[in-house]
Design a protein around this ligand. Sequence first.
Ligand code: MG
Length: 173
Amino acid sequence: MILKRFLPNEQVKSVLEIRPEDLKARGIKGIITDLDNTLVAWDVAMATPEVTAWFKLMTDHEIKITIISNNKEERVKLFSEPLNAPFVYGARKPLGQAFKKATKQMGLERDEIVVIGDQIMTDVLGGNSAGFYTILVVPIVETDGKLTKINRKIERRILGWMRKKGMITWEEE
Ligand SMILES: [Mg+2]
């Protein structure tokens, strides 16, 4: 079933709910995460103290994090560098190249990495297609850049369908 490609392995409200202990217990050693509306709102330039603490928590538990974003170099670099986090900008998710690059850079295997993001059309589809375990988060804010709007429309239909089938556990606020 083609729609399976859009279905995340797991859904959480926020990345902050993802705990290093749980990841480690499952043999996970690395995270590939989206930036906009996953870590902070798309129009917020820098990490919040909570997100900074979450990065530190993961690093303290020896879990590597790479940020991959379809956004521009300037945006991704400015956000990632203060966190000392490796990043890939202009990632062209859902295409697989950036995922491959991040995996290679972290020196890990695919099954040792989880992919986190707020968008089904890019993060989940891309992560699933490349063979990763995917975690969907609720977007931090509803508003978005222009390009994302079209994706969101399609996404809402898929989400609605999944909700009907009982595949989505969290409720829309
Ligand atoms: Mg996003």
